[in-house]
Design a protein around this ligand. Structure first.
Ligand code: SF4
Ligand code: SF4
Length: 286
């Protein structure tokens, strides 16, 4: 099984559209959406959820008011200002460090598991999809990405999949590092803008650190031919193979609104470019 991860320096670069295109074009595939802060691969794949569950990513302090003598020790030791003047604990500020549990003389506080998100396994016509959603305000996205990747494993084994197509998080933070683990290749998707160039440099630094073969795709390449050429020059200097340029094409959004991938649209220039990118990747990664 070969695991291919799609990354971009920021959101909205077309990373998910390209991952969905690969899901359509590659055969015998398992899919994973590791963009747990804003999962949207499912929008393109019309999934039917077959299994789901809570994700417990951290712990939080719970106070039993009937045991509390209002001594104030918990408020003194909490470095996160999670304890109010009347000794209520704010679940959004509590980091679950446990200092108040140790400090409380009456054992009024306990640490309890906190549900931080939900995970889903679904069927799509292009293969099974593992995904998850982090609840608003939760910060354990790296752990939830690891959960999605763990959920992907039995799906891969049950169908002896040849491919795992993984849509990563934008940026270079913790969920990206978590999604990189175990992948065979990374496809970086960027746009020809100055910020796109800067983002590419940063994300390439992360990927190179893990010594994973990586490839570049320039999306909406016709927005600036100059900058697209500069991106290709940068890629050449860094030894980063360019799989292709995808033109701006309204059909990408139109097909998205229909719940389809643009590669299913024979008339679309972007669809044709994505099919070329797929072929180039297959050839380059042999
Ligand atoms: S567990 Fe830590 S962060 Fe939460 S209320 Fe207690 S001391 Fe504060
Ligand atoms: S340390 Fe325990 S007893 Fe004291 S105020 Fe906090 S919860 Fe109440």
């Amino acid at each position: 099984m070969r695991q291919v991860l799609f990354l971009s320096g920021k959101g909205g670069t077309g990373k998910t559209s390209l991952a969905a295109a690969f899901a359509v074009l590659a055969k015998n595939t398992v899919l994973a959406d590791c963009d747990v802060d804003a999962a949207n691969l499912h929008l393109l794949l019309d999934p039917k959820v077959v299994e789901e569950g809570d994700f417990v990513g951290s712990k939080e302090a719970i106070r039993d008011a009937s045991l509390c003598t209002q001594c104030g020790r918990c408020r003194e030791v909490c470095r996160f200002n999670a304890v109010s003047e009347d000794f209520e604990i704010d679940p959004y500020l509590c980091e679950g460090c446990g200092a108040c549990v140790t400090a409380c003389p009456t054992n009024a506080i306990t640490l309890e598991p906190r549900i931080s998100g939900r995970w889903f396994n679904a069927e799509t016509k292009w293969g099974p999809l593992a995904s998850a959603e982090l609840l608003p305000g939760e910060e354990t996205s790296g752990k939830l990405v690891m959960q999605v990747k763990r959920n992907m494993e039995p799906l891969v084994q049950s169908m002896n999949a040849e491919w795992a197509i993984v849509d990563g998080s934008p940026g270079i933070g913790c969920p990206v590092i978590a999604s990189v683990s175990g992948v065979d290749a990374v496809i970086l998707v960027t746009e020809p803008t100055l910020s796109g160039m800067h983002d590419l440099e940063r994300i390439l630094g992360v990927v190179n650190h893990f010594r994973i073969p990586s490839y570049l795709v320039i999306n909406k390449a016709d927005l600036s031919t100059d900058l697209a050429e500069r991106l290709e020059g940068f890629a050449s200097d860094k030894g980063l193979p360019v799989l292709g340029r995808i033109p701006y094409d309204r059909a990408v959004t139109d097909r998205l609104l229909e719940g389809r991938s643009v590669v299913e649209d024979e008339e679309s220039p972007a669809g044709a470019a994505m099919r070329d990118v797929f072929e180039n990747f297959m050839e380059a990664s042999q």
